[in-house]
Design a protein around this ligand. Sequence first.
Ligand code: NIG
Ligand code: FE
Length: 412
Amino acid sequence: MFTLISNIKELLQARESDKYKISGAEMKQLPTIKNAYILIENDVIVDYGEMQHLKPIIVDKTIDASNQIVMPTWCDSHTHIVYAGNREQEFVDRINGLSYEEIANRGGGILNSANKLQETSEQDLYLQSIERVKNVIRLGTGALEIKSGYGLTTDAELKMLRVIKRIRTEFPIPVKATFLGAHALPAKYKHDKTAYLDLIINEMLPKIEEEQLADYIDIFCEKGYFDLEDTEKILNAGQHYGLRPKIHVNQFNAFGGVAKGVAHNALSVDHLEELNIADINILKGSSTMPVALPSCSYFLSIPYTPARQIIDAGLPLALATDYNPGSTPSGNMNFVLSTACIKMKMTPEEAINAATLNGAYAMGIEKDYGSITKGKKANLIITKGIPSYNYLPYAFGDNHIDKVLINGKIYK
Ligand code: NIG
Ligand code: FE
């Protein structure tokens, strides 16, 4: 089955196959082709170029994209999209003056979501979660990383991971699973953190390995949650089971979590709202991708990750949503793009690079997704008629997407 997309006003992120992440000044360059075509065979991009070079070919389906922009779908490398219920009361509490920290200390926050999830059946959790997954695909997300971490008991963590596995099996997009048992200390272990870490290491991880439920290991390395020593323990244990780290660090405090991640060859270090020079220097020369989550900063009114400092130091940067019920109840990568440009002073080119190819790298799928490259999967956004790609972040809050193609097929 051949599908041709013809007369594309501008094709974004068209790259040769040797580029797997984009760093520093290169992030300002977004390779594009004006008046272009893409040829898809089944689910794979087999050719692309300028319309004038399109050779006569018989295809099964043609999509005319006159006046429209075509680009790879977003790769959202950091989500907690599997969760039960919502936390809109905490949102109101924060409007009325409580801080995220105060809410967590009162037993709200992550523990609130964990209580809800523990009481929700696996089937109901699946049904609640897939509505969100369908929604984000319609918003142009063509790859998802999903974390556990709202279970916090062996049964509930396994329930979450099984739901993630089912989403991976039943949806046409790539899904990576991250085990985040060390997301918060359950009330039961309030005075015995060691016992909870032992439970993660000696009970949860072996079961996760047995059912092959995770690709990555995560921990919330933060004051009041888990310290550097805990992080060392959990990352070592995860790595023992072949799980590469992708960690939550520097959301509220910078105290060496980035260095810990890099020392453990983390695939990514995520959040980084608080970042110092030592963190930047340690990331240089590493293969770890820094990941910024601007919707979280927006929602919690906390600082934005210093994208300019990161990119101007020659580092790469990826953008993701952090979709979760507490700090980011939105999985909209289009909003992430706008917020990165408006609040973090990323150029549209940098933000698009960060949300596609660098996002793919941050979830280990850069060989098959994240750019318009021969041999990669045909997961594509076809925009509405818009004046330029700058218009995508500029006209924030509007939906600029006409069609989403997943594996070469229009996603309905
Ligand atoms: O990435 N920071 C840790 N975890 C989530 C939020 C957790 C929650 O509030 O439910 C995050 O922001
Ligand atoms: Fe997160």
